[in-house]
Design a protein around this ligand. Structure first.
Ligand SMILES: *Cc1c(COP(=O)(O)O)cnc(C)c1O
Length: 218
């Protein structure tokens, strides 16, 4: 049995060693604790261990859990990592600091309208369908240049690119491709890497890793 604090400490160490292998500064990598389906008590154990960044997939679940946690622990940062419906844009803009799943023009429009209405402007990552998968969310590779132009012309701050590689093949080549796209388009942030592959992602340039299982489960 390990505690959440012990698991977090090991993951932070792994991130730091992966960063050093790649001659990167470990401080340039943010560990996002993916707390979807986790209880407030499980989340509080990680906050006590020093965790500041949390990710949720569903707006409704985040609304149930986070307003009270935010009030109790100022300075936390909340990330939306799941597919976002345009009709939830107002709630999302009011709740999240960063949205990692911007993947279409209609959602961009909804977020811009919501930001004006709520008076709060989250930063956004553009999600890329890096494995060109039929059912996967994310902007098609061929549409990425035009979509990035649209985001840059909007009032939302472009934080970077996000991707979830296909299940099965080695993730490394997909992380490398996302990093290459970011360089090509002058984008700095790279949200990539989960419990099974965050070290690889950090070696290939991730600036934010989204880790759930490895933090919350033994
Ligand atoms: C659930 C989820 C994660 C975390 O996955 P783990 O394998 O539990 O670390 C990361 N990113 C996204 C988009 C997710 O939905």
């Amino acid at each position: 049995m390990t505690t959440a604090a012990e698991r977090r400490s090991l993951i932070v160490q792994s991130i730091a060693s992966a960063a050093r292998v790649a001659k990167r500064d470990p401080a340039d990598v943010t560990l996002i604790a993916v707390s979807k389906t986790r209880s407030v008590a499980e989340i509080e154990a990680l906050i006590a261990a020093g965790q500041c960044d949390f990710g949720e997939s569903r707006v409704q679940e985040a609304q149930d859990k986070w307003p009270a946690l935010r009030a109790a622990y100022p300075g936390l940062r909340l990330h939306c990592i799941g597919r976002l419906q345009s009709n939830k844009a107002v709630e999302a803009v009011a709740l999240f600091d960063t949205i990692h799943s911007l993947d279409r023009a209609s959602l961009l429009d909804a977020l811009v309208t919501a930001a004006l209405k709520v008076g709060r402007t989250p930063e956004v990552y553009v999600q890329v369908n890096i494995g060109d998968e039929e059912q996967k969310g994310g902007v098609a590779l061929s549409d990425l240049p035009a979509f990035l132009e649209q985001v840059r012309a909007s009032p939302l701050a472009l934080a970077g690119l996000m991707a979830i590689p296909p299940l099965g093949p080695e993730p490394g080549p997909f992380f490398a491709l996302l990093a290459k796209l970011a360089r090509r388009h002058g984008v700095t942030g790279l949200s990539m890497g989960m419990s099974g592959d965050y070290s690889t992602a950090v070696m290939l340039g991730a600036t934010a890793v989204r880790v759930g299982t490895a933090l919350f489960e033994n």
